[in-house]
Write a protein that binds this ligand. Structure first.
Ligand code: GRF
Length: 198
């Protein structure tokens, strides 16, 4: 069974890049679509350079319309990965993909998540609180920001002299190391479960 992945991203797309590389020539999983709310996002260049189809979202249609469900189903997307995607996922899309949407957050949830907690704001808050460690969280997506069930976490230490930029680099390193392999595990376990049902 082939699994078609859509990556949703709003920015540079370094995580998307890693995921695309990881699943290149994979026997089961393929990245079929890269979706963005921002027509100038770097992630779109990454997709184009890899020959992957792209889609730019219209805010009204995404939030208050069909949530692009029909189109995603038409393209046989079976799983959605949020990799630096800043819009909240509407219920229409959540309902169409139950347990099939995951996100990565650049801190150890449940702390330092929620609306407005993205990019450097997260690292600034972590440092301001005097934490001695931060890290990454991969989690299922539900109707609230950074809230769904946690799948995987990895931490890094915060050292004296760390600033938001240096902490962001540490966290990105962890993301690039773990996101794609963790995704692969989730996706392959889905195909195993299907086989068990036969
Ligand atoms: C990552 O730090 C991710 O945790 C967060 O957004 C950032 C995206 O970075 N949700 P990039 O665009 O993949 O480089």
């Amino acid at each position: 069974m082939a699994i078609n992945l859509a990556i949703f991203a709003s920015g540079t797309g370094s995580n998307a890049q890693k995921i695309i590389e990881h699943f290149k020539n994979h026997p089961v999983v393929q990245v079929t679509l890269v979706v963005s709310n921002n027509s100038r996002a770097g992630v779109l260049d990454i997709a184009r350079n890899s020959g992957i189809e792209t889609l730019i979202l219209d805010k009204q249609r995404f939030r208050n319309g069909d949530g692009y469900v029909g189109l995603l189903k038409e393209k046989r997307i079976s799983f959605i990965v949020l990799a630096g995607f800043l819009w909240k996922v509407p219920d229409t899309l959540l309902d169409a993909y139950p347990g099939k949407i995951v996100n990565i957050h650049p801190a150890l949830l449940p702390k330092y998540g929620g609306k407005g907690m993205y990019g450097k704001f997260v690292h600034e808050a972590v440092l301001a609180a005097g934490e001695t460690e931060s890290g990454i969280t991969i989690h299922y997506v539900d109707g609230l920001y950074d809230h769904g069930r946690i799948i995987f976490q990895e931490s890094c230490s915060i050292d004296q002299g760390d600033d938001p930029d240096s902490l962001a680099m540490k966290v990105h390193r962890l993301e690039h190391l773990h996101f794609a392999p963790v995704l692969e595990k989730i996706l392959l376990s889905l195909t195993d479960a299907k086989q068990d049902l036969k």
